[in-house]
Design a protein around this ligand. Structure first.
Ligand code: GDP
Length: 462
């Protein structure tokens, strides 16, 4: 993903802060210069960048004048980091909550946007996303302008095993949309996605058609599909659409291929419309849920515990009893190696690994590098390691692998680590790393206790 470049640059800037022995105005200015340059490179609007710089400076100044540093350099660093983190979140946060589809009722989602932006592809991705989460999902193709639009929907929906509706003979898109939605409502579908046309002879006709389809199907949410490559021009395009057909949310596509993605996201936030997903590739699963704070957290390599927890909760429909049991364990702050492995396995079933693993804080960055296959291979090694543990070890909190000193603090690793490394065909270092990562997750669970606590713990980490 091209945004990874931005993440790396921001990370490098923040790391230089960690290395600085004193944090004075000069260091802060140099840091802000790097951060701002990285943002400008991804096409964030100059005014937004200038305002970010100003806000960070004044926040840091106010905090330090209030005596928040208490003479400690580490506190000053924390203040600067937090101010930058918060302002980056502010840059992509429109401050508006999007509509959330509800189970047991029809949720009509109408997709609008210019042709070529990735609308049809995104409709299928959305249907798959909700289907995976237990919603009975389908697509209605109401694009009669473009020859072959229905064929494209039919092919991708068939591949994705999603129900679809359209017509080769009917030329009125409003009629098709109304028929399709009525049919699927009757059949108790829960997420009904209406794909509309993206081009007309006249722009005014396109907008008029959108309004008419909207009136016919009464969507719970209209989503605009926007191509990241237009960068900050996204603001003007979003406003043009909003003036005609009011929409509740935006999906920015092609984030994988374009360096201007950051500009598109911040420009959309400026229109006070929530972005709900990012399209990050051409495949069915290349759709990432977007929430401002976790997005920035992930961008900076801090993980996304909130996203991870949501993923896990989304799985609840597949095995409700198991998930209830897990929720109880989390509430009690008890998480064994076995539980952790189960969660990783669950999450691995949810979609491409590179998307999931970046949500897990503390996973070494090397694990995420390379293709999905490579990352998957590394994750599988982690599972092999746990496969070589005994039942008692798996049910433990990792202590059988530790030697403890008289003061109760761990002083080294036990012979069990070598045994597991041998048994799993891995190395002692890999086993040690896995134990480290598990401990980090378990500690967070313990500190936090319960679902909301987890989120707080995630915030604390940031
Ligand atoms: P529509 O005309 O808006 O319905 O656009 P399509 O769904 O036909 O997509 C246009 C092109 O963009 C196709 O080649 C898609 O594979 C591609 N596309 C859509 N979304 C993404 C994305 O998130 N990343 C990349 N790289 N390509 C995408």
């Amino acid at each position: 993903m091209v945004l990874a470049d931005l993440g790396r640059k921001l990370n490098a800037a923040l790391s230089s802060l960690n290395r600085a022995s004193v944090v004075d105005e000069k260091v802060l200015d140099a840091l802000l210069k790097e951060v701002c340059a990285a943002l400008l490179e991804t096409d964030v609007n100059v005014k937004l960048v200038a305002s970010l710089r100003q806000k960070v400076k004044s926040k840091v100044k106010t905090a330090l004048e209030g005596g928040a540093d208490k003479g400690k350099e580490v506190n000053r660093k924390n203040i600067v980091q937090k101010a930058i983190f918060d302002e980056l979140v502010g840059l992509v946060d429109p401050g508006v909550e999007p509509y959330k589809p509800k189970k047991g009722q029809p949720n009509v989602i109408m997709a609008v946007g210019l042709q070529g932006n990735g609308k049809t592809t995104t409709c299928t991705k959305l249907a798959v996303y909700y289907q995976k989460r237990g919603f009975k999902s389908c697509i209605v193709c109401a694009d009669t302008f473009r020859a072959g639009a229905f064929d494209q929907t039919r092919q991708s929906a068939t591949k994705a095993k999603v129900a679809y509706f359209g017509s080769y003979t009917e030329t009125d898109p409003v009629a098709i949309a109304a028929q399709g939605v009525a049919k699927f409502k009757k059949e108790r579908f829960e997420v009904i996605i209406v794909d509309t046309s993206g081009r007309h002879k006249q722009e005014a006709e396109l907008f008029e058609e959108m309004v008419q389809i909207g009136e016919a199907v009464k969507p719970n949410m209209t989503v605009m599909i926007l191509d990241a490559s237009i960068g900050q021009a996204a603001e003007a395009q979003a406003r043009a659409f909003k003036d005609s057909a009011d929409f509740g949310a935006i999906i920015v596509t092609k984030m994988d291929g374009h360096a201007k993605g950051g500009g598109a996201i911040s420009a959309v936030a400026a229109t006070k419309t929530p972005i709900i997903f990012l399209g990050v590739g051409e495949h069915l699963y290349d759709l990432e849920k977007f929430t401002p704070q976790p997005f920035i957290s992930k961008l900076l390599g801090l993980g996304d515990v909130q996203g991870l927890m949501e993923h896990i909760q989304d799985l609840a429909h597949q095995n409700p009893d198991k998930q209830k049991e897990m929720a109880k364990k989390l509430e009690e702050g008890k998480l064994s190696i076995r539980d952790w492995r189960e969660q990783i396995q669950n999450v691995m079933n949810m979609g491409p690994l590179s998307k999931i693993t970046s949500m897990i804080p503390g996973l070494p960055q090397e694990l995420l590098q390379g293709s999905d296959e490579e990352a998957g291979g590394r994750m599988k090694r982690m599972i092999y390691i746990t496969d070589s543990m005994t039942a008692a070890e798996l049910d433990s909190d990792g202590s059988p692998f530790m030697d403890f000193g008289k003061d109760g603090k761990p002083v080294g690793l036990t012979w069990r680590v070598t045994r597991v490394a041998r048994g799993s065909g891995t190395s002692v270092r890999e086993v040690e790393e896995l134990l480290c990562q598990y401990r980090m997750m378990a500690n967070m669970a313990k500190q936090a206790g319960g679902k909301d606590g987890w989120l707080q713990a995630a915030k604390k980490m940031q």
